[in-house]
Design a protein around this ligand. Structure first.
Ligand code: A2P
Length: 326
């Protein structure tokens, strides 16, 4: 059954959220406020997006104006790679809370299974991927921190009441199996790239076998990677013939067809849009359903193409090859 909410731990998360990656700080406050007016209640934030203070202003203004209540909102943030050591996890979470002007997060995720050398807040925040941007040959510098250490520190955030639930992003099946062996607080969410080109059937099945809900990021595919020169305009699923044909058949838009596909697989979705008409469009998914023919047409789009792959972008941009997917 396709529902508008997913059970996450003991809570209920709106299945359709607003992604905040690449939203300029200058636009984020108004965008979050407007999105709440439009009906969004789920926001997907991260330290690394560099806009949490502005996101927090939008949230605070909406709460002050009575557009919604805190307990009707779902706010996710993510622990950045430079804060994986046990002693840095709480401070990183508290910094996100301060920036977001919240006293708890609904969900806090390990952003990548990649530990980078610590950079303190005063030196650079958010520190992104490169250890020392002013060095003659700036590179990404790894740290030796087991993921179990980071997870245990994440569990302490739940105990301390800073976050309601914790989870992971960009984990593969092997890391999920391992996490289940040591987690005392079970992960409440797996967030990964997922769209018809990259349906990740085995990863989804593995998560489901543990009762672990999944959020699909970049659910529309290539779009956001074109502007980053990580994809070509021709890679777009929004213009793919089968998607356009299905949109026409159902009287919906290509984006709605792609998002509905994700919903019907039981995943949450967090498409970003700075455009109000697109944000509204992306919420209107509950008045149609894909039939078997439509699902078969979308299944044929699978190519295995992954747009957000550290194995590609770290080598290109940060002078260090560091693959996490085989
Ligand atoms: P824009 O913000 O200009 O609307 P992400 O992969 O991070 O979720 O980003 C989604 C990408 O798809 C963004 O580039 C966004 O651009 C675009 N987008 C979001 N919603 C729609 C839509 N309904 N139709 C077409 N493009 C969309």
């Amino acid at each position: 059954m396709t529902t508008s909410h997913l059970k996450v731990g003991s809570a209920s998360m709106p299945a359709l959220g607003l992604g905040l990656w690449k939203v300029p700080p200058s636009a984020a406050s108004a965008m979050v406020y407007d999105a709440i007016s439009e009906g969004y209640r789920h926001f997907d934030s991260a330290c690394d997006y560099g806009n949490e203070p502005a996101v927090g202003e939008g949230l605070a203004r909406a709460l002050r104006d009575g557009l919604t209540a805190r307990d009707a909102l779902w706010v996710t943030s993510k622990l950045w790679n430079t804060y994986h050591r046990r002693e840095h996890v709480r401070a990183a979470c508290e910094r996100s809370l301060r920036d977001l002007k919240l006293d708890y997060l609904d969900l806090y995720l390990i952003h990548f299974p990649i530990a980078l050398r610590y950079v303190d807040f005063e030196t650079c925040y958010p520190p992104e991927w490169i250890f020392d941007p002013s060095a003659p040959n700036p590179t990404m510098v790894l740290d030796r921190v087991p993921l179990q250490e980071t997870w245990e520190a994440m569990e302490a955030l739940v105990t301390a009441g800073l976050v309601k639930a914790i989870g992971v992003c960009n984990y593969n099946t092997g890391l999920i199996h391992d996490l289940m062996n040591y987690a005392t607080v079970p992960p409440a969410m797996l967030q990964v790239e997922m769209h018809p080109q990259l349906p990740q059937h085995r990863l989804l099945k593995t998560a489901q076998s543990y009762g672990l809900p999944v959020t699909a990021f970049s659910p529309l595919g290539a779009g956001s990677y074109v502007e980053l020169s990580m994809a070509e305009a021709g890679d777009s699923l929004l213009q793919a013939d089968p998607v356009v044909a299905l949109a026409r058949r159902f009287g919906k838009t290509p984006a709605q067809v792609l998002l509905r596909w994700g919903l019907e697989r039981g995943t949450a979705l967090i498409p970003k849009s700075t455009r109000p008409e697109r944000r509204r469009e992306n919420l209107e998914l509950f008045d149609f359903a894909l039939d078997e023919d439509a699902k078969a047409a979308l299944a044929a789009l699978e190519t295995g193409r992954r747009f957000n792959d550290p194995g590609d972008f770290c080598a290109d941009a940060f002078h260090r090859f560091h693959a996490i997917y085989d």
